[in-house]
Ligand binder design. Structure first.
Ligand code: HEC
Length: 175
C-alpha cells in the first residue's frame, strides 16, 4: 500500500469512529411502560395472568364455528390446520397423535396461545369471555370438561390434563 492510500485509509477509520457515537438506525421509539405491559401478558399454569371473564363449551361452540372451524375443521379435526381434538390414538403409538387432549400439559396454554395468535388471520378479535368459551369448547371436545361447566380464572388451572407429567424438566428444581 502506498503512503498516500494508507493516509486516506486512516482518515476514513477516523471519520467512521467519530461518527459512530452519534449514529443510530433512527428506527422506532423507546417502548413506553404501557406498551410493554400490553405485550407482557403471559399466563402461567397456576392461572397467574388470567383475566376476568368466563365462558362454557356450549357458548364456545358458537365462537369456534365462527372463528376457527374454517381452518381447524368441525369439532377440531379434519381441517387444513392442526388437529385440536379427536385423537384416534395416543402418544405412544407410531406416529403419535398430538392434540390438546393427548399432548398439552396445561389447560392455561390453550387460553394463552389462542389469545396471542388465533384466529390466525386476525388475532386479537376475541373478547376474554369468547376466549374462555372457546377454550372450554376445545377442552370439551377433548373430553376434559362438561359442556355446561363455567371456565374462568379459578376453574381453568384446575383442569387435569392427561399429559401433565409427560414432559421432562431441564430446571434444577424440576418445575
Ligand atoms: C386462517 C386459519 C386459522 C384460523 C381461522 C384459526 N387457526 Fe388455529 N391454527 C392455524 C394454523 C395454521 C396453526 C398452526 C400454527 C403453527 O404451528 O404455528 C394453528 C394452530 C392452532 C393451535 C395450536 C395447535 C397445536 O397443537 O400446536 C391452537 C390451539 C389453535 N390454532 C386454536 C385456534 C382457535 C381457538 C381458533 C379460533 C378462535 C383458531 N385456531 C383459528 C390456523 C388457523
Amino acid at each position: 500500500m502506498s503512503m498516500r492510500n494508507c493516509f486516506w485509509g486512516l482518515m476514513m477509520v477516523g471519520a467512521f469512529s467519530a461518527q459512530a457515537e452519534v449514529l443510530t438506525p433512527h428506527l422506532g421509539k423507546p417502548a413506553s411502560k404501557e406498551l410493554l405491559s400490553a405485550w407482557s401478558n403471559d399466563i402461567f399454569p397456576d392461572g397467574t395472568g388470567l383475566p376476568a371473564g368466563q365462558g362454557t363449551a356450549a357458548q364456545g361452540k358458537v365462537v369456534y364455528q365462527q372463528y376457527c372451524q374454517n381452518c381447524h375443521g368441525p369439532e377440531g379435526k379434519g381441517g387444513s390446520a392442526d388437529e385440536l381434538a379427536g385423537a384416534a390414538h395416543g402418544l405412544k403409538d407410531n406416529p403419535p397423535d398430538k392434540t390438546i387432549g393427548t399432548y398439552w400439559p396445561y389447560a392455561s396454554t390453550v387460553f394463552d396461545f389462542t389469545r396471542r395468535t388465533m384466529p390466525l388471520d386476525r388475532p386479537g378479535v376475541l373478547s376474554n369471555d369468547q376466549l374462555y368459551a372457546v377454550t372450554a369448547y376445545l377442552l370439551h371436545l377433548n373430553n376434559l370438561l362438561d359442556q355446561d361447566r363455567v371456565l374462568n380464572a379459578e376453574t381453568l388451572p384446575t383442569i387435569p390434563m392427561p399429559n401433565r407429567d409427560g414432559f421432562v424438566s431441564n430446571y434444577p428444581d424440576g418445575k
